[in-house]
Design a protein around this ligand. Structure first.
Ligand code: GLN
Length: 476
């Protein structure tokens, strides 16, 4: 892959101010990149004309001194984030060419700072998946090896950054959908604290887990985008009013970090990932951080708990796609009931149907106590125990994913349980509502490996700081 033109906004803005480039030049560059990498299937749509027009507007603002903080940033958005007048399909046939009637709060806050939206990214249908193979519009390919998956569900967002189709992208994370693709593509991905960023305008998968977050090539861009999107929103009652502060790097800060005994001993952990994990622990120790092993004996309960709760929430959230109000209606429908049945049967893909059925089952009167109510209790234990670790330690560290990017259409794709287990290390943070970041640290056979830090609620800036410290160990 050719080297990236820019990996951070800071460099773009310094070249803009020196007159070495312009937004119009950058628009041409990114649009050409998109043309040249169509085979990756990362983008469902590129807003070519708009991008050029917006670039001229921002160039003019730069000249007049009225440009916002994100002038020069070209951003791709996951296809589950609403942008007025643009299609938003959640990579599902059921939404088809549905056009957003308002803009997500998080995105609006970036538009207000002159970000330019380059297009919308492919993803797993309704953000359900870990490989981006569940899209109704085809799998996304990893730019490092096009026979491999990019991870999911925000696979298109991650590849868009990996292949330099844009500077940064927005994804959403329910159980790992920003962090795991970041790990598979050598990019940085953060899932903010639950409530940090408004979910208004994010198509819902599991509302008590979902968060929007950035995928970027640099920590500083991740921090800036998070900061600008964060903060209370009257349109999302779960958004938090905890104050938002700017990230101030502190390279000399020494942290107390717990690493996961169960992750280290996990039989699914690939040798190359384990090696990278041990290598990072040693580097952190050598740098003066306190590193201690900590047991978290709930690892095996997390994936089942996550799938009971998220399928339950999904079955409820996706009931609105009935062929009546939004998107596609079956042409074979003859009455109300057949409209519901046929539109949903034709519109949803296999994985989404599997989850709707599982979720409906765990919520059914006979099974509710055994599954949904039990999983809620397990979630509370996971949250309390995770918070307990973070009373003593600044971070809980484990690999982001047990393996590197796997084959498109391979064993994983044929076995949903195997695929669900790919989320083993990423579901803890959203179960506990805590923030977590994935930072690339190693490569194996040309495929990247990410490490995962989970931190205290609303301590995103600490995650950026450790991310920056860790990145400095691996700079080439
Ligand atoms: N792989 C997980 C799932 O399929 C995570 C998805 C997500 O975070 N949106 O549910």
């Amino acid at each position: 892959m050719s080297p990236k033109k820019y990996t951070s906004l800071h460099h773009i803005q310094s070249d803009l101010s020196l007159g070495k480039t312009s937004c119009v030049d950058l628009a041409d560059y990114y649009l050409n990149q998109n043309e040249a990498h169509k085979h990756l299937n990362a983008m469902l749509e590129v807003f070519t004309d708009e991008v050029r027009a917006q670039a001229s507007v921002v160039d003019r603002k730069l000249k007049n001194g009225t440009a916002g903080k994100l002038a020069g940033m070209f951003l791709a958005i996951k296809d589950n984030i609403c942008y007025t007048g643009h299609t938003v399909s959640a990579s599902s046939k059921i939404l088809g060419n549905y056009e957003a009637v308002f803009t997500a709060t998080a995105l609006q806050r970036l538009l207000d700072e002159d970000v330019i939206v380059i297009g919308r990214c492919n993803c797993d249908e309704f953000a359900m998946g870990a490989s981006n193979e569940n899209s109704a519009y085809g799998a996304v390919r990893n730019a490092a090896d096009s026979t491999k998956v990019p991870g999911g569900s925000s696979g298109g967002s991650a590849v868009a950054v990996q292949a330099d189709l844009c500077l940064a992208a927005l994804g959403s994370d329910t159980g790992g959908s920003i962090r795991q693709p970041a790990s598979f593509t050598g990019t940085i991905g953060i899932k903010p604290t639950y409530g940090r960023i408004s979910r208004n305008g994010l198509l819902a998968y599991a509302s008590s887990f979902d968060q929007i977050g950035p995928v970027t090539g640099s920590i500083e861009d991740a921090a800036l985008l998070t900061q600008l999107m964060a903060g209370v929103d009257e349109n999302d009652a779960t958004s938090s009013s905890v104050s938002v502060t700017a990230y101030q790097p502190d390279a000399n800060q020494k942290y107390k970090i717990a690493y996961s005994k169960e992750a280290m001993e996990n039989e699914g952990l690939a040798n190359d990932v384990k090696g990278a994990y041990q290598d990072l622990l040693e580097k952190l120790k050598a740098d003066g951080h306190t590193i201690e092993e900590r047991s978290f004996p709930y690892l095996e309960y997390m994936v089942p708990c996550y799938y009971v709760l998220t399928t339950a929430e999904a079955s409820s959230n996706l009931s609105r796609y009935s062929g009546m109000l939004y998107g596609q209606r079956s042409e074979k429908a003859t009455d109300i009931e057949s409209t519901f049945k046929k539109s949903r049967s034709e519109g949803f893909g296999v994985e989404v149907k599997r989850r709707i059925m599982t979720g409906t089952f765990v919520l059914s009167a006979d099974e509710y106590d055994a599954y949904y109510a039990k999983a809620q209790k397990v979630r509370r234990v996971i949250k309390q125990e995770s918070e307990k670790i973070l009373e003593t330690y600044d971070f809980f560290l484990c690999p982001t994913a047990p393996t590197t990017a796997f084959d498109i259409g391979g064993d994983m794709s044929k076995d949903p349980i195997k695929m669900y287990l790919a989320d083993i290390f990423t579901v803890q943070a959203p179960l506990a509502g805590l923030p977590a970041i994935s930072v690339p640290t190693a490569e194996s056979d040309g495929l990247s490996i990410g490490m995962h830090f989970m931190g205290r609620a609303f301590a995103e800036n600490e995650l950026f700081n450790i991310g920056s410290i860790v990145s400095s160990y691996y700079e080439k």
